[in-house]
Design a protein around this ligand. Structure first.
Ligand code: ZN
Length: 70
């Protein structure tokens, strides 16, 4: 009962299927779809994107992306 993460740690819990949304233009990165612009194959977790990856729409850095709740 005590292992549920507090809300403040939610941003650190990016799993292999976690979708993230660009905080600038609201483009969504979906690991199941990958990224055609960057030639990222489907099934690539956000955490496994290359360090130089940026938003395919507005070039925002990864730190600008926000975890999406389903
Ligand atoms: Zn963007």
């Amino acid at each position: 009962m005590s292992d549920a993460p507090p809300p403040a740690s939610r941003l650190a819990t990016i799993g292999p299927t976690t979708r993230l949304e660009c905080g600038i233009c609201w483009t969504v990165y979906d690991p199941a779809a990958g990224d055609e612009v960057w030639q990222i194959p489907p099934g690539t977790p956000f955490a496994d994107l290359p360090p130089h990856w940026t938003c395919p729409n507005c070039s925002a850095e990864k730190k600008s992306f926000l975890v999406l709740d389903d």
